[in-house]
Ligand binder design. Structure first.
Ligand code: GAF
Length: 389
């Protein structure tokens, strides 16, 4: 459906037929702010999509057209340097730049980008654009790359071109997610395991409608606090190469050598890595009650130690936790607004959404957007399935 829409827009805008490539959004079930210290995360791809339609042009130029912004940006591929402008086009242009850095020769093209991923909601609209662009440009260039390289390249575009200091979770699951599976990703080795999600539960995402400012400010501040705490533990504790290797006892032993903020942020991460492993066990045993308890603990740690929640999100989590059909609820994504993720009994998902929306509006005056989701294919699996049709 979205693909047809984007193909149509491509034809209207460029007067050419295009080839389409898609990438989903993602939600993280548990494992927040652990990715950039080599930790563990458990996200899944979800059914929102960015679609990139691409067709060749002969003059060596890159032309990106965004349906969302109804705007075009064009430049000579050969002259492209790192010149981010705080514009939507930084994301696809960053991917083009990284492909060039990786030695992939991309000739002139027209690209239309469209889709339905909610922007700024914490569902990774940026990784979705990056991965869709990478898939389209790789095909256009007649090149292929394995999952880990696609994810690394797209992360690099975000870190080095756009200037947002994110980890690798979003790009990895957006590229590599699989239908009906959550992904346990080790962000140090990039090894991953696909874990079946019971069909008796649904994942409900609820947008607090409080926007987070991802590329600037608070995410970067938290990351700086974490990294300075990590530097202390690595220096002080033998065998600790990254925060991933540290225990709470290691942190306690270094507490007076770091700021209180760094100590608390690092404690969140160390305990969160342990919760992800426990959540894996719970999923494998089909014990959603235990999974839900871990989600609730993760939220408390995010709120109190990481201090990156906000009043509206806490209200959503508190309302959700009171509902008998809800196994667990927590903030998801970078923090400071955005969405909550809720694991609920499938049969009662719609009722859960109604209650959550009604009570949230009564408490805050804000009407939340809620989505009942299933784990979807990532960009690579979508391509494989399309090829097989
Ligand atoms: C954002 C980042 F992009 C991810 O890399 C990750 O750090 C996440 O916030 C927090 O877990 O989505």
């Amino acid at each position: 459906m979205i693909e047809k829409h984007v193909l149509h827009a491509h034809r209207e805008h460029f007067g050419q037929d295009g080839q389409v490539y898609a990438a989903p959004a993602r939600v993280n079930l548990i494992g927040e702010h652990t990715d950039y210290t080599g930790g563990l995360v458990m996200p899944m791809a979800i059914g929102f999509q960015t679609v990139a339609a691409v067709s060749p042009r002969q003059d060596g130029r890159a032309v990106f057209y965004s349906m969302n912004f109804d705007e075009e940006i064009a430049f000579e591929i050969a002259s492209q340097g790192v010149s981010p402008s705080g514009h939507w086009s930084d994301y696809p242009a960053g991917v083009l730049w990284c492909l060039g850095q990786a030695g992939v020769v991309v000739s002139g093209f027209n690209m239309t980008l469209g889709g339905d991923v909610p922007l700024g909601a914490g569902l990774s609209s940026s990784a979705s654009v990056e991965v869709a662009t990478a898939m389209a440009l790789l095909k256009h260039a007649g090149a292929t790359l394995p999952l880990a390289e696609i994810a690394t390249l797209c992360r690099r575009a975000e870190n080095e071109y756009v200037g947002a200091k994110s980890g690798i979770m979003d790009q990895f699951v957006v590229a590599g997610g699989v239908v009906e599976r959550a992904m346990l990703l080790d962000c140090r080795s990039l090894d991953y395991e696909l874990l079946p999600l019971p069909s008796a539960v649904k994942v409900v995402i609820c947008n607090s409608m409080v926007k987070h400012a991802h590329a600037d400010g608070e995410y970067g501040d938290r990351r700086d606090e974490v990294e300075s705490g990590q530097a202390v533990v690595v220096q002080e504790r033998p065998g600790v190469a990254m925060l991933r290797d540290a225990t709470v006892a290691d942190l306690d032993a270094c507490r007076d050598k770091m700021s209180e903020a760094s100590f608390l942020r690092c404690r969140h991460i160390v305990t969160e890595n342990a919760r992800v492993l426990e959540a894996r066990e719970a999923l494998l045993e089909g014990d959603m009650k235990h999974f839900g308890v871990l989600m609730e603990k993760a939220h408390v740690s995010f709120r109190d130690d990481f201090q990156a929640s906000c009043a509206e999100i806490d209200t959503l989590v508190e309302i959700a936790s009171r509902q008998p059909e809800c196994f667990g609820a927590r903030i998801t994504g970078g923090g400071f607004g955005g969405c909550t993720v809720n694991v609920v009994r499938a049969a009662d998902a719609e009722r859960f959404v109604e209650t959550l929306r009604r009570e949230y509006e009564a408490a805050t005056g804000i009407v939340a957007d809620c989505f009942v989701c299933e784990a979807s294919d990532g960009a690579l699996a979508m391509l494989t399935h399309r090829g097989a049709q």
